[in-house]
Write a protein that binds this ligand. Structure first.
Ligand code: NAP
Length: 305
C-alpha cells in the first residue's frame, strides 16, 4: 500500500515528488514513457526564476528529476493504464499490475493542440512554437504568423507585437471566436494583420521556419506567407481521459479543483499543474500547485491517521 502515487513528471508532478519525498511519504511517480512533460519540447526557458542566463527545457526537467531522486522518490517510466477512484484505497493499473494507494496526485498536464502537419512537428523549437510567453522574446523585429481565432490567439498575438514587427493571424473563418474586447484590441493593433478564411497547409523551411503555405477555403487559392516564426494558438487539451466519469471535470475537460486548493471532487485525490489550469499554464505555476498538492496530501494523511 502506497501513501501517495503521483501521475505525471512535468514541473507539477516532480515538485510534488520532491515535497512528498522530503515529508517521508516515499512517493511513487509514474512518469509516463515520455517523461518530463511539455518542457521537454521547448528550448531556452528564460522566465523560470533562479536561472539568470536561462536554461534549456530538458535540462530544467532533468534537474528536477535528479532532485526528486536525491530524496528517494521512486520514478517509474511507465504510462498509467487506468485508475479506480471509487473505493479506498485507490487503484492504479500500470502494465497490467494494480497498485493501491491512500492518496493520488494527478499531474498529467495538457498538450497544445497542433495542426498535425509533418513540417510543423519537424520545425518545433526551430520557429514553430505553441507558447508566445516562452518564445516571443526571440522574435525581435521579426515577422510572425499565428493560427487561431480564440482569446488565446488574440492575447498571444498582442503580446508578440511587443517584439515582432508584424503578426499575421490566420483564421479558418471570417469571424473570430474570441471575446469582443479581445477582438477589438487585436483588430486595432497596427502590427496585427488578419488573413481570413484560410488554413495553413504547410510550414516552409528546411532548418528553420521561413514561411507558411496557405489555402483560402472559400476560393481554394494557394499562397505563401513569409515569416520567421509560426505560433499555434488553437487551444490546449488536458490529459484527463483516465479520469472521465470519476472526477468532476469542466466543460473543456480540465479537472475542477476547489478554490485555493488542489483538492478534487474525490477526497484524497489532488490535481496540480496544467491538468487543472487552463489559464496560467506556466512551469512556475505548475510547480507551485505541485507543492500545494504535496502539502495537502500530507495534511490529508495526517488527518486520516
Ligand atoms: P478556443 O477558444 O477553443 O479557440 C481555438 C481557436 O482555434 C478557434 O478560433 C478555432 O477556430 C481555432 N482552431 C481550432 N482548431 C483549429 C484547427 N485545427 N485549425 C485552425 N484553427 C483551429 O481556445 P483558446 O483561445 O485557447 O481559449 C481557451 C479558453 O481560454 C477559452 O474559454 C478562452 O475564452 C479562455 N481564454 C481567455 C483569455 C482571456 O480572457 N484573456 C485568454 C486566453 C484564453 P473556430 O473558431 O473556427 O472554431
Amino acid at each position: 500500500m502506497e501513501n501517495v502515487i503521483i501521475i505525471g513528471s512535468g514541473p507539477a508532478g516532480l515538485t510534488a515528488a520532491i515535497y512528498t519525498a522530503r515529508a517521508n511519504l516515499n512517493p511513487m511517480v509514474f512518469e509516463g514513457y515520455q517523461y518530463g512533460g511539455q518542457l521537454m519540447t521547448t528550448t531556452e526557458i528564460e522566465n523560470f526564476p533562479g536561472f539568470e542566463e536561462g536554461i534549456q527545457g530538458p535540462d530544467l526537467m532533468s534537474g528536477m528529476r535528479e532532485q526528486a531522486k536525491r530524496f528517494q522518490a521512486r520514478l517509474v517510466q511507465k504510462d498509467v493504464e487506468s485508475v479506480n477512484l471509487s473505493q479506498l484505497p485507490f487503484q492504479v493499473v500500470v502494465d497490467g499490475e494494480t497498485y493501491e494507494t491512500k492518496t493520488l496526485i494527478i499531474a498529467t498536464g495538457a498538450n497544445a493542440k497542433m495542426l498535425g502537419l509533418p513540417s510543423e512537428k519537424r520545425l518545433i523549437g526551430r520557429g514553430v512554437s505553441t507558447c508566445a510567453t516562452c518564445d516571443g522574446f526571440f522574435y525581435r523585429e521579426k515577422e510572425i504568423a499565428m493560427v487561431g481565432g480564440g482569446d488565446s490567439a488574440m492575447e498571444e498575438a498582442i503580446f508578440l507585437t511587443k517584439f515582432a514587427s508584424k503578426v499575421s493571424i490566420i483564421h479558418r473563418r471570417d469571424q473570430l471566436r474570441a471575446s469582443k474586447i479581445m477582438q477589438e484590441r487585436a483588430l486595432k493593433n497596427p502590427k496585427i494583420a488578419f488573413v481570413w478564411n484560410s488554413v495553413v497547409e504547410d510550414v516552409l523551411g528546411a532548418e528553420k521556419v521561413e514561411g507558411v503555405r496557405l489555402r483560402n477555403v472559400k476560393t481554394n487559392e494557394v499562397s505563401a506567407l513569409r515569416c520567421d516564426g509560426f505560433f499555434l494558438a488553437i487551444g490546449h487539451a488536458p490529459n484527463t481521459a483516465l479520469f472521465e466519469g470519476q472526477l468532476e471535470l469542466d466543460e473543456q475537460k480540465y479537472i475542477i479543483t476547489k478554490p485555493k486548493s488542489t483538492a478534487t471532487s474525490v477526497p484524497g485525490v489532488f490535481a496540480a499543474g496544467d491538468v487543472q489550469d487552463s489559464k496560467y499554464r506556466q512551469a512556475i505555476t505548475a510547480a507551485g500547485t505541485g507543492c500545494m498538492a504535496a502539502l495537502e496530501t500530507e495534511r490529508y494523511l495526517e488527518a486520516q491517521e
